[in-house]
Design a protein around this ligand. Structure first.
Ligand SMILES: C[S@@+](CC[C@H](N)C(=O)[O-])C[C@H]1O[C@@H](n2cnc3c(N)ncnc32)[C@H](O)[C@@H]1O
Length: 241
């Protein structure tokens, strides 16, 4: 009998498709230019095509594998006691949420999402099916909600996490609201770990303005590149005093 496997989808699938198809198309045109004897143009297109294909490879690796390993390491480094209440902002199909839930056998993990098209096949049902497959559904709760206005009391959570979700909010004010909300729902002493590939310095500024301590922004390395070093992901860490 085949064992069911959790499936976490692809982040922003149209970006990956664009990189891959653009690269292949450019390599095809480069080949045609070589055949026509337009060598300089062919070399330029060849280099561009190879860069796009390499970008697609990095992107696919990050979304299908790299971010899994990075979050394993980040969650392990927190040294959780196992009874924490965790919140995942923009949980999608539940990758970080479920990893956190697995580390808090006596705790609870809540995922909030609006289920937009920013991840292939994301839905409350898909996230819950993954939680069941990974054996943590009993301590996972899923809430349809906007991270700019979280439906939780102040100080509800010991840990707030988020991966590649806050940048989806189109305006700086909205992103600042989401970051301030993340801090508001943390208990005193609670920790925040927020990964994103844009705006992370702004998130850190908002956190400092809101009184967070131990605020840091740290690069997460090549395993979290969405297409190359120009789209690297950083982790914003902070603690509510
Ligand atoms: C790229 S996906 C990442 C999902 C998941 N964190 C992961 O790493 O697999 C971004 C998620 O953020 C959600 N999202 C976007 N804007 C949101 C908002 N304002 N409030 C809550 N969720 C949001 C999207 O629906 C999507 O599921």
């Amino acid at each position: 009998m085949t064992e069911a496997r959790a499936s976490y989808g692809v982040d922003a699938p149209m970006v990956l498709a664009g990189l891959a198809l653009g690269g292949v198309a450019e390599l095809g045109v480069a080949a045609a230019c070589f055949a026509a004897g337009w060598t300089i143009l062919a070399v330029i297109l060849l280099v561009g095509g190879l860069m796009l294909v390499a970008g697609a490879a990095f992107y696919a690796h990050t979304t299908l594998r790299g971010k899994f390993r990075v979050w394993d390491a980040e969650l392990d480094a927190l040294g959780l006691a196992g009874d924490e209440r965790v919140l995942d902002l923009g949980c999608g199909r539940g990758l970080v949420l479920i990893k956190a839930a697995a580390r808090v056998p006596a705790g609870h993990a809540t995922g909030v999402d609006l289920w937009t098209s920013d991840q292939s096949g994301n839905s409350q049902d898909a996230a819950f099916a993954n939680a069941r497959t990974e054996g943590v559904a009993g301590r996972v709760e899923l809430v349809t909600g906007d991270m700019r206005a979280l439906p939780f009391e102040d100080g509800t959570f010991d840990l707030v996490v988020s991966s590649l979700a806050v940048h989806n909010i189109p305006d700086a004010d909205g992103r600042a609201k989401a970051v301030a909300e993340a801090l508001r729902v943390l208990r005193p002493g609670g920790r925040l770990r927020l990964a994103d590939f844009r705006h992370t310095a702004d998130y850190a500024t908002v956190l400092r303005e809101q009184g967070a301590v131990d605020v840091e922004v740290r690069d997460l390395g090549w395993r979290f590149w969405y297409g190359g070093p120009h789209a690297r992901t950083a982790l914003v860490g902070a603690r509510r005093p």
